[in-house]
Design a protein around this ligand. Sequence first.
Ligand code: RB5
Length: 151
Amino acid sequence: MKIALAADHGAYELKESIKKHLEQQGIDFEDFGCMSKESVDYPRFAYAAAKAVADKFCDLGVICCTTGLGVSMAANKVKGIRAAVCTNEMLAEMTRRHNDANVICMGQNVVNAELANKLVDIFVSTPFEGGRHQRRVDLLSDIEEGKNIAP
Ligand code: RB5
């Protein structure tokens, strides 16, 4: 299991704290930046980590910004990425079980370090349920391919 980790300046501290947590858990990760609190553009960092997941260099992504919103929008533009903003334990669990999310997005102004670590633990340890959910996840891929999936 290898995690692609990234954040903008608005979540630099949260990323560093998640990094320590991953180290303590013995989970391998690649840090795609940013590397300080200096202002940067979140799409670049979200893209770098999301692309690593899409290219299968990493298994899952953890990407943060001030709100979690901007990085989720950026990550979801990368083909093959299903990024979900999570603010509580239920969302982190359900987006793995039902959506096979491969990137969790969190906001430093939304979740504290303790909750973020908890959400990461749930996200990396919860399996996708498959079954009827696989059909729906496949439909998400169809949208990426430009297919008309309207009912
Ligand atoms: C940066 O100021 C902020 O816009 C960014 O961290 C993020 O929350 C965007 O959605």
